[in-house]
Design a protein around this ligand. Structure first.
Ligand SMILES: [Zn+2]
Length: 251
């Protein structure tokens, strides 16, 4: 087993979960976020990374690639489900590893590249019990965006990965349906929390986010990987259509 040292503390081997033959979840253990994840899709000719963790997550992602028998230079594509720092944080660094195409939803691209400031989430009273008010948008280091995508666009991996527009958490939030795995990666449109599938929290537009749940459920996916929480490996679309909203506004 490889061991790496960060801040004098030994770091454990990467926490990877195989969700399908070519699909892996990596837990990002650092930072304050609830069970943060990013995802790898492995093709013979390269790797697609969906989200990139915090700004200090690149080394862990490199370790995970090694554990999967791949290298930094194998990363061909980064898909960012939203612009927030816990998802786009290491994109700029990883985009330098090789010839990487960085992909973001049209409504978030300017916030990823740093040309515009993103909107603040509007917290419910219950959300304030798990996170203080945001006084500035959660930006990571600016990262170039090579390709802007919209609902219904198809990317050339996983049997034609389909972009599902899921505005609400952020204006340009996207999910990805991966036909070869019958899996959907939801970003923060949906989350798993204490065993429940729930509407994602810290949304800029909660009503839009609620409507976006239906678009995720409509994929019919068997498997779901969330930005936060444990994956669902069976009947995922049913679980998403029955998602609860434990942090809903009172009244
Ligand atoms: Zn998040």
């Amino acid at each position: 087993m490889r061991s790496a040292y960060r801040g004098g503390m030994p770091s454990p081997s990467p926490d990877l979960q195989q969700l399908a033959p070519s699909l892996y979840r990596l837990r990002i253990p650092t930072g304050s976020a609830h069970l943060l994840n990013c995802y790898f899709w492995l093709d013979e000719d390269g790797v697609t990374l969906v989200d990139t963790g915090w700004p200090d997550s690149a080394e862990l992602i490199a370790e995970a690639l090694t554990a999967l028998g791949r290298a930094r230079s194998d990363v061909r594509r980064i898909v960012l489900t939203n612009f927030h720092e816990d998802h786009a944080g290491s994109a700029a660094e990883i985009a330098t590893w090789s010839s990487v195409e960085v992909i973001a939803g049209a409504g978030d691209a300017a916030f990823v590249s740093g040309t515009e400031r993103g909107p603040l989430p509007v917290l419910t009273d219950l959300e304030k019990t798990i996170h203080g008010e945001f006084d500035e948008p959660s930006h990571g280091p600016p990262c170039r965006v090579d390709r802007v995508v919209h609902d219904g666009d198809v990317l050339d991996f996983a049997g034609g990965a389909r972009i599902v527009g899921v505005p609400g958490h952020t204006p340009g939030s996207i999910a990805l349906y991966l036909p070869d795995a019958d899996a959907v990666l939801t970003g923060d449109a949906v989350a798993e929390f204490n065993g429940d599938v729930i509407l994602g929290v810290f949304d800029t537009d909660r009503e839009a986010a609620s409507r976006s749940l239906a678009a995720v459920a409509a994929t019919g996916a068997e498997i779901a990987g969330f930005g936060h929480g444990e994956a669902v490996v069976a009947n995922a679309s049913d679980r998403v259509s029955a998602a609860t909203d434990p942090f809903a506004p009172a009244g």
